[in-house]
Design a protein around this ligand. Structure first.
Ligand SMILES: Cc1cc2nc3c(=O)[nH]c(=O)nc-3n(C[C@H](O)[C@H](O)[C@H](O)COP(=O)(O)OP(=O)(O)OC[C@H]3O[C@@H](n4cnc5c(N)ncnc54)[C@H](O)[C@@H]3O)c2cc1C
Length: 518
């Protein structure tokens, strides 16, 4: 017989199978030999009170053997001779779209400006060590998109459980640990993602799909109302009647191309701020109300939102035990974001802290029309580059100094490999963002006592929180409102915010193509 139940246990009980078994035997009044297996279905930490607990949903196998569920990939048909669909961009949206197309008997032809996941590493070294930004291969561009060398947190606010489950199961099928199906806040880690992405590529190629790396799309072939194909940088033309445009939030040349061609796009407000790094031990102490977190709790995360006047100030993409990464996609700009390894073993915790922006904030850039938010974003990144010393060195300030407006006399080491330089960040950030951040940090400290410390370092800027542009599509068909056969998809088009939601949007667009062509 199987029995499911919910229990709340101390971290050491959750972390020691023997203790968990004893606890369950006692709680359920079972004979030890009758309990054959405990399957953990869901695991989450509740650290709201002084003592942290694990909430576990478990399935007990009582006098019944346990057969682990096999997570296998769909049986993809060979699509070498099937109708071709062009997918621009091999990020989560593009890759999951490609897989879904194959599942539905269509042939994905992926066109990706960057290199394969392995070859990207040289270019990441180039940014971190030599301060050289390759415009086609960096933390945002290349196989797997911004998802490959990302943190790999797989949280989403989406309520579509079936679709979320499909994304997670595919990731497991391609090599992610099964634990992501259990954790309430699943995480893969930068060290594991490239292999998973490479496995996806192998599967796409083995089943007849095509992938063209080092191929930047520079033009779309259209007539007045429909797409016909795309043109690559070297002039090569690819033809198809359906094109999924999944180029991510940093493909500024694509936004500019659409605007130039008169293909409708809309300004999309986003959030901008800084990335702050604390000692992980401090965040553990605050979040777990303890001196040190011990062996049974993971490095603590935080997620915080405060209202400052009429704007939200909130944490974004928090990386416990993580590293701040240089995520610029062009020379002459500084962009920060964060990642962590699967073990989250670093001694530092970083998070974007960003201010919600509104359409009126982009007024000074209105001559750029729907690209105004993108130009606003770019102007901050360029200012940071100038103030940082015209390399990938990021302008930075200790947190208390940031609040007081003092230039920091010295800066501690941070995880940001290209280095940091002491700058009063009021010279980088627009006034209203600077002010709102200061007030936000003060409010954070009221909820997380000890957060406001000069041991924390503020790095500027955090600008790529979501797309500055929305590419409008028909609600039903998901095709561009003006150009049929063109499917704006994923984060860059304004329909996703993270790995899982981008992957889900990719699958959603691919599904519609099946409906429209058969
Ligand atoms: C350092 C870092 C950490 C992150 N951590 C997390 C996290 O923990 N959890 C999470 O959910 N999200 C995280 N994100 C965000 C996440 O990676 C993105 O939300 C997600 O990758 C968006 O998917 P996408 O497919 O829509 O676009 P992208 O991943 O941006 O992919 C777009 C692809 O299109 C390609 N492309 C662009 N222009 C062209 C062109 N002209 N021709 C051909 N190809 C082109 C790019 O090279 C890229 O590969 C992180 C991002 C970064 C940078």
């Amino acid at each position: 017989m199987q029995k499911e139940l919910q229990i709340r246990v101390l971290p050491e009980v959750a972390g020691e199978p023997q203790l968990l078994e004893e606890t369950l035997i006692q709680k359920e009044g079972l004979a030890a030999e009758d309990l054959r297996h405990i399957e953990i279905l869901r695991s989450s930490i509740d650290a709201r009170a002084k003592q942290a607990y694990y909430n576990l949903k478990v399935r007990l196998y009582i006098n019944e053997g346990y057969e682990p569920e096999k997570i296998s990939l769909p049986n993809y048909p060979n699509v070498s001779n099937a109708e071709e669909v062009i997918v621009i961009g091999a990020g989560p949206a593009g890759l999951f779209a490609a897989l879904e197309l194959m599942e539905n008997g269509l042939k994905p032809v992926i066109i990706e400006r960057g290199k394969n996941a392995k070859d990207r590493i040289q270019d990441l070294k180039g940014i971190n060590v030599k301060h050289i930004v390759n415009e086609d291969s960096n933390y945002c561009f290349g196989e797997g998109g911004a998802g490959t060398y990302s943190d790999g947190k797989l949280y989403t606010r989406s309520k579509k459980r079936g679709d979320v489950q499909k994304v997670l199961e595919l990731l497991v099928g391609f090599g992610a640990v099964k634990q992501i199906l259990v954790d309430s806040h699943p995480h893969i880690g930068t060290n594991k993602l490239p292999k998973i992405i490479a496995n996806m590529r192998k599967c796409i190629l083995q089943n007849g799909g095509e992938i063209h790396f080092n191929t930047r799309v520079t033009d779309l072939i259209t007539d007045s109302s429909s797409i016909k194909g795309v043109v690559a940088q070297d002039g090569t033309k690819f033809h198809a009647k359906n094109v999924i445009l999944a180029t991510g939030h940093s493909a500024r040349d694509i936004f500019e191309l659409l605007y130039r061609k008169g293909i409708e796009i809309e300004l999309k407000p986003l959030a901008i701020g800084v990335r702050v790094e604390h000692p992980q031990s401090l965040i553990d102490t605050i979040q777990y109300s303890c001196e040190s977190r011990g062996d049974y709790l993971p490095p603590a995360a935080y997620s915080i939102v405060k209202q400052v006047g009429d704007r939200g100030v909130y944490s974004f993409c928090m990386c416990p035990g993580g590293v701040i990464a240089p995520c610029a996609t062009a020379p002459g700009e500084i962009v920060t974001n964060g990642w962590s390894s699967s073990r989250r073993a670093r001694s530092t915790a970083n998070s974007g802290i960003v201010v919600e922006l509104k359409p009126e904030d982009f007024k000074p850039f209105e001559k750029y029309g729907p690209l105004a938010a993108m130009e606003f974003q770019r102007s901050i990144e360029q200012k940071a580059w100038v103030e940082g010393g015209k390399t990938q060195t990021a302008p930075a300030q200790r947190l208390r100094d940031f609040i007081k407006g003092d230039v920091s006399a010295d800066l501690p080491n941070t995880s940001y490999a290209p280095g940091i330089t002491s700058v009063e960040l009021g010279s980088v950030l627009p006034d209203f963002i600077h002010k709102n951040l200061k007030e936000g940090f003060l409010k954070f400290d009221q909820s997380m006592r000890g957060y406001l410390t000069n041991d924390a370092v503020v790095h500027a800027p955090e600008t790529r929180t979501s797309s500055p542009v929305k590419i409008p599509r028909d609600h039903e068909t998901l095709q561009h409102v003006q150009i049929s056969g063109l499917y704006p998809c994923g984060e860059g088009a304004g329909y996703a915010g993270g790995i899982v939601s981008a992957a889900m949007d990719g699958m959603k667009c691919a599904k519609r193509i099946r409906v429209s062509t058969k």
